[in-house]
Design a protein around this ligand. Structure first.
Ligand code: KIV
Length: 277
């Protein structure tokens, strides 16, 4: 008999049902070991294509491939058991046609076992979202700043800071919701607009650089841990792991150079004989 209590993973409908309720807690993770920690505290784990910049040191998310997403999605699924795992579709894997998007969603879902996918774009992606949802793919939308469009928009700047830009962003949010997305990420959008959109759409909004009024919040894990050298204004650093990692590596290097590591506790002696000290 198994002594381990069965834990049911959260699903896209569970997250959808959180509209207007207890805020949804979401973070990114790309690895099994961070997923294990994040899973204990979060409702949603996003395997974001930000992994291209965070793990691989790329300048943008544009070069990220589907294979990279699948590999890290699988690692996060192995490390977690409670949170809904959402995997990003990378640039170039869904924009050409609805059928292309479905084929790549099916690959991601079959090969990782994740519970949902995320894709960027508002009105321009609405037909694709409806096509995917009708075929069993839970979709999280992503509007406001859409980093995959960086080459078209020119810079990672906040959106909707001028009221004349509000109608387009509101239309994007409505289009994603009407197409059947179960939630929508709102990235780098002026606070009053993000709050207003949250009141307008029937699905949960998950803010990043948006508003405390959103139905949930998401951050890139490495950014909030203090591991990323440069972070946008909207990131609050909840840890300073960079300096502690540096101190640990410095200590290790000094010990190795001084032959202080490995010590007697870190080596295997011969049976029946104490290790050399
Ligand atoms: O790729 C990512 O990490 C994201 C979050 C910033 C929402 O899309």
């Amino acid at each position: 008999m198994s002594t381990q209590a069965e834990v049911r993973r959260l699903t896209a409908p569970d997250i959808r049902a959180r509209k207007g309720g207890t805020p949804i807690v979401a973070l990114t993770s790309y690895h099994a070991h961070t997923a294990r920690i994040v899973d204990r505290h979060c409702d949603v784990i996003l395997v974001g294509d930000s992994l291209g910049m965070v793990m691989h040191g790329l300048e943008t998310t544009v070069p990220v491939t589907l294979d990279m997403m699948i590999l890290q999605g699988l690692a996060v699924m192995r490390g977690s058991r409670h949170a809904l795992v959402v995997v990003d579709l990378p640039f170039g894997s869904y924009e050409a046609a609805k059928e292309q998007a479905f084929a790549n969603c099916a690959r991601v879902m079959k090969e990782t076992g994740c519970g949902a996918i995320k894709l960027e774009g508002g009105r321009r992606m609405a037909d694709t979202i409806a096509f995917l949802v009708a075929r069993g793919v839970p979709v999280m939308g992503h509007i406001g700043l859409t980093p995959q469009a960086i080459n078209a928009i020119g810079s990672f700047r906040a959106q909707g800071r001028d009221e004349k830009d509000w109608p387009e962003i509101e239309d994007d949010a409505r289009a994603v919701a009407e197409a059947g997305a179960f939630a929508v990420v709102i990235e780098a959008v002026a606070e009053p607009l993000a709050a207003r959109i949250t009141g307008q759409v029937p699905i949960p909004t998950v803010g990043i650089g948006a508003s405390a009024a959103c139905d949930g919040q998401i951050l890139v894990l490495e950014d909030m841990l203090g591991l990323s050298p440069r972070v946008p204004k909207f990131v609050k650093r909840y840890g300073q792991l960079g300096p502690s990692i540096e101190a640990a590596v410095e200590g290790y290097a000094a010990d190795v150079r001084a032959r202080a590591f490995p010590g007697p506790d870190n080596v295997y002696g011969m049976k029946g004989k104490p290790p050399r000290s």
